[in-house]
Ligand binder design. Sequence first.
Ligand SMILES: C[S@@+](CC[C@H](N)C(=O)[O-])C[C@H]1O[C@@H](n2cnc3c(N)ncnc32)[C@H](O)[C@@H]1O
Length: 347
Amino acid sequence: MTSAPTHIPVLLKETIEALAVQPGGRYIDCTLGAGGHTVAILDRSSPGGQLLGIDADPEAIKIARARLEAYSSSILLVNENFVDLEAICIKYDFLPVHGILFDLGLSSLQLNSRGRGFSFQHDAPLDMRLNPSQEITAADIINTSSEAELAHLLKTYGEEGYSHQITHRIVQERPIKTTLQLVRVIERAVGRRRGKLHPATRTFQALRIAVNHELENLEAALKRAINLLGFDGRLVVISYHSLEDRIVKQLMQRESKDCICPPSVPTCVCGHRACLRLINKRVITPSPAEVQLNPRSRSAKLRVAERIITHDEYYRTTEEYRFSAQVNGGWRRPALLEKLRVTFSAL
Ligand SMILES: C[S@@+](CC[C@H](N)C(=O)[O-])C[C@H]1O[C@@H](n2cnc3c(N)ncnc32)[C@H](O)[C@@H]1O
């Protein structure tokens, strides 16, 4: 039914379990990639399942569309950034949903693609844009930022301990236009080998995060995702580095607490109400067997939380409850839907 996979989906079984995929369910794969997780979700949600697949990379959409042809009646694929998740769901009337998946980062297809500039193993223009219609490329950042800005970027987004040495060399040798040119500059700054990581790893990670606004987009999208989940809906996130995982962990922890006042405040004044329940208290990681089969999975961390009803969302009137019971077996959240529709129709 499907062609040979070109990207091996990470933590596949664990993801499907975490999403609690059920026949007839409605799901969003915010990071469609090569469609690996999507195929498994569609198979498990059959009959009647529906899936909205999002990817910022038009090339990924093209490849996934061809791979998922057999499922065309159950899927909607859109070339958008997941930061716009709420607007996308409103536009396509795809809400609320039973589960939302984020499998962050890049697919093997993107990493191995020679012309995109994501990998320091192939020579290519320093681009790194997920969507080629974005304006700023990695070369723009490298060649126009001040030395201090670049050092800050490498330190915060790459957790690079040699940020000053690398940046100083970059500024001396600019303009830098290609990936291998940048690799040579980094090697001249810090030497060829440092431990297990290639010396360019952290600089490339930092640039990619900056070019694609990865951390800001993730945080905004996760907040929106929580609002789009029906009660008992699952939010599942697979991250590949500590900066992403910290955002996911902190957000899930915060949203699963009824009070977020600092410990020094004796009585709650925040009024915060939990809207999530943590499903896995400890992060899920790949087995040694999976890492051996797919080394790319080695840094993966999966976190999952379930949408719960908040105090404010209890049906206040019989009328509200009756409406919700008529639509979709009592599962819609009419007040939220109405609020979203009003917000977006006013834009
Ligand atoms: C790790 S891959 C997903 C692989 C997929 N789960 C599979 O099994 O084939 C991540 C995908 O997310 C996409 N992506 C990353 N950030 C995005 C964003 N902000 N909006 C939409 N797509 C994004 C990338 O273009 C890439 O195709």
